[in-house]
Design a protein around this ligand. Structure first.
Ligand code: PGA
Length: 254
């Protein structure tokens, strides 16, 4: 069985002081939630402070991006080698990175391979834009992102990846996908792509999350869906009460 995973993508929010405050509020609430893997993905500048506060808890830590090289003359970048000392997860290929920072399936692919090489678990984001959705190109786009983004990736030796299906039109809009609609993309596009890449058995092992306007009051309906193994949460992950409700909803379906 796939253990549910709820990850908070803080995006470019939270100073160190704000992060300490939020995590101090979150930890006691989340400590009682069992049967679900919880991961916080703050900005790089918060990682050290948040790591200290999460020590001894069951809450995991992740970053939101990284370069694919272990080191080098890449001013402003952070490497998998650096992250591996601090975090276990890394979000890769988020639509905001693809849209504003020109990330492509090729760069996502390099990053996924590098993350795995350094022992990180990539949370790979895929999802179609509004335009692509309205022109019935969801399957084509998501399938391409999966097959190109994960081309040549090797999951042998217990390596792990997580996929997050995040339709771009649902991110930060308050307009979530329907649970049935999201599940259909997972069942018809994402798991078949996983089977093509890693084999049938692995396609049933890899966790696939839904992301896009998941809140405390709509989360439970996603977790009743057979192919949805958790959520990647943006806005609601900055509110202790809302994020806890989402984690509790996932726990009650584990
Ligand atoms: P949202 O963002 O929950 O604020 O819609 C999700 C994401 O971008 O991961």
């Amino acid at each position: 069985m796939r253990k549910p995973l709820v990850a908070g993508n803080w995006k470019m929010f939270m100073t160190v002081a704000e992060a300490r405050h939020l995590v101090a509020d979150l930890v006691p609430r989340l400590q009682t939630v069992e049967g679900v893997q919880i991961v916080l993905c703050p900005p790089f500048t918060d990682l050290l402070a948040v790591a200290a506060l999460l020590e001894g808890t069951n809450i995991g830590l992740g970053a939101q991006n990284m370069h694919w090289e272990p080191n080098g003359a890449y001013t402003g970048e952070i490497s998998p080698l650096m992250l591996a000392e601090l975090a276990k997860y890394v979000i890769l290929g988020h639509s905001e990175r693809r849209t504003y920072f020109h990330e492509t399936d090729e760069t996502v692919n390099r990053k996924v391979k590098a993350a795995l090489e350094y022992g990180l678990i990539p949370i790979v984001c895929v999802g179609e834009s509004l335009d692509e959705n309205e022109s019935n190109r969801t399957a084509e786009v998501v399938s391409r992102q999966m097959l190109k983004g994960l081309e040549g990736v090797d999951l042998s030796g217990g390596k792990e990846i997580v996929i997050a299906y995040e339709p771009v039109w649902a991110i930060g809009t308050g307009r979530a996908a329907t649970p049935e609609g999201a599940n259909q993309v997972l069942a018809d596009v994402i798991r078949p792509a996983l089977a093509e890449l890693f084999g049938q058995e692995m396609s049933q092992v890899v966790r696939v999350l839904y992301g896009g306007s998941v809140k405390g009051d709509n989360a439970a309906q996603f977790f009743t869906m057979p192919d949805i193994d958790g959520a990647l949460v943006g806005g609601a992950s900055l509110k202790a009460e809302d994020f806890t409700r989402i984690a509790q909803a996932a726990a009650s379906h584990s």
